[in-house]
Design a protein around this ligand. Structure first.
Ligand code: SAM
Ligand code: SF4
Length: 332
């Protein structure tokens, strides 16, 4: 196990990597993608072997948690084998994944067997027609079957992720909480972030703050603030009526979570993003491909990159384009 650690220039320990394994997706969620997305050609994306080598170097540098994401990670061919390899890296405490759930009826069991520890599953509506509108292609019944398959496969502390948009799904907040209670799942509510240009709604116009979400929940339940942390950007509350589940709030606009940031993202093009809300990045694919067989070059590039990790993101609440890349390119 490694005794090395990554520190940025603000003395924050970076020990959490969000690794994007594809920019492609079977959904086209309205807040995440444009309808007619162009995806990267194969030669520009990291191979499975390269993804593994990068994960290996991060773990050698003290990374304790890796989240596989995308795009939709479960549509990347070879994902099970990649999970198995990364999960076996000595020193890694937790391998988890964020997924839209569409492939889980088929893959939940094999993923659990491969060593994946936890799943976050996105769910923005419980109304089939609205679910289809928000995802443009998704089928609610198969996602719910996927959530149930994850529970049946043995996954614990599965968390639902819900992006709340005023006028689009804010009326379903308490139904989603009830769904989570019913299945004893955690649930996080996310404020929409200004990543990429979208046309279907105004991001500023649909803004619904975490505080507003809590007000809505308080109409039906008793919220209790909690000091728990999952080493991510969520702040947690519990419910007196269902104390076993956690309610998380990810509030990039209304509550800046940068001070305790411990994470970086690696896009499937091999760009190391030092902050979700900035364009600062380092091309690790170039280092990997230009210096095959020299893992220390890659490690040095990662260590050096920590110096340009900015202190905080700078999201503003308006409709101007702030970060050019879409969330599917960023790795959510
Ligand atoms: N496809 C998987 C999924 O949907 O769970 C993983 C990738 S997705 C980019 C990761 C998370 O980012 C999802 O929970 C999604 O709802 C969230 N997300 C995407 N675009 C967002 C945006 N503009 N603002 C806030 N959250 C966003
Ligand atoms: Fe796909 Fe996830 Fe983006 Fe939806 S949020 S389009 S499921 S990558």
């Amino acid at each position: 196990m490694s005794d090395r650690i990554l520190l940025d220039s603000f003395a924050r320990r970076v020990d959490y990597l969000r690794l994007s394994v594809t920019d492609r997706c079977d959904f086209r969620c309205v807040y995440c993608m444009a309808e007619d997305m162009e995806f990267l050609p194969r030669q520009r994306i990291l191979t499975l072997e390269e993804l593994y080598q990068l994960a290996e170097r991060f773990v050698a540098l003290g990374t304790r948690k890796i989240r596989l994401t995308g795009g939709e990670p479960l549509i990347r061919p070879g994902i099970l084998q990649l999970c198995q390899q990364i999960a076996a890296l000595p020193g890694l405490r937790e391998l988890c994944m964020t997924t839209n759930g569409s492939q889980l009826t088929r893959l939940a069991g094999p993923l659990f067997a491969a060593g994946l520890k936890r799943l976050n599953i996105s769910l923005d509506s419980l109304d089939p027609q609205r679910f289809r509108e928000l995802t443009r292609t998704g089928d609610l019944a198969s996602v719910i079957a996927g959530i149930d398959a994850a529970v049946a496969a043995g996954f614990r502390r599965t968390k639902l992720n819900c992006v709340v948009m005023k006028g689009r799904n804010d009326d379903e907040i308490n139904d989603l909480v009830a769904f989570a209670i019913d299945r004893q799942l955690d649930i996080s509510f996310i404020e929409e972030m200004p990543l990429g240009t979208i046309s279907e709604h105004s991001r500023a116009g649909s803004f619904f703050s975490s505080a507003q979400v809590r007000e809505r929940i308080a109409e039906r339940y008793t919220l209790i603030e909690s000091a728990e942390s999952s080493q991510g950007p969520s702040r947690y509350w519990r419910l007196a009526e269902a104390p076993a589940i956690r309610l998380g709030f990810i509030s990039p606009h209304s509550h800046n979570f940068c001070g305790t940031c411990n994470r970086v993202r690696l896009t499937v093009e091999g760009r190391l993003l030092l902050c979700l809300g900035n364009e600062h990045s380092v091309d690790l694919k170039a280092v990997l491909r230009n210096h095959p067989g020299h893992p220390q070059r890659l490690e040095q590039a990662i260590v050096d990159a920590m110096r340009i990790k900015p202190y905080r993101h700078d999201f503003q609440l308006n409709d101007e384009l702030q970060v050019v890349r879409f969330m599917n390119m960023t790795g959510g």
